[in-house]
Design a protein around this ligand. Structure first.
Ligand code: 5GP
Ligand code: ZN
Length: 125
């Protein structure tokens, strides 16, 4: 089947986060700019649980770093802005980037988790 015209050329047709970024799949979007989309996790692990993702498809952090290293910084900047939007900057929040099997990455499209609204333990599980 041909790819829909409004999906970026590097999008994986069956990638759920590409589909959310292209607005083909519904999500509770809390932030968007031309390169980044952030939306609430479907299975939240805290009162606030937002996923911040590049719209372009990068399966891993290494692929992302190789192809658009500057966007890594802008992804973090977006997360900080969302922390303020969610009124979590003063009380604190956690940012998580799961990479690979042992890192617990289950969606093969790079995304940063912002978790807040409750205390978190260290070390993580
Ligand atoms: P990972 O384990 O890869 O770091 O995180 C993937 C996250 O994506 C999980 O927390 C999971 O709940 C979330 N997720 C998976 N599919 C969807 C979806 O279709 N919509 C939304 N909003 N979140 C999703
Ligand atoms: Zn993707």
């Amino acid at each position: 089947m041909a790819e829909p015209a409004n999906v970026e050329s590097n999008a994986a047709a069956d990638c759920v986060f590409c589909r959310i970024g292209a607005r083909q799949l519904e999500a509770m979007v809390v932030y968007e700019d031309p390169e980044i989309i952030a939306f609430r996790d479907i299975n939240p692990q805290a009162p606030a649980h937002v996923l911040i993702s590049p719209k372009r498809h990068y399966a891993t952090l290494y692929e992302f770093q190789q192809q658009d290293p500057a966007l890594l910084g802008r992804l973090l900047a977006a997360a900080l802005q969302i922390g303020q939007q969610e009124r979590l900057a003063a009380r604190g929040f956690r940012l998580v980037l799961n990479h690979g099997v042992e890192g617990g990455q289950t969606v093969q499209h790079v995304h940063l988790h912002l978790l807040g609204g409750r205390p978190f333990n260290w070390p993580p599980g």
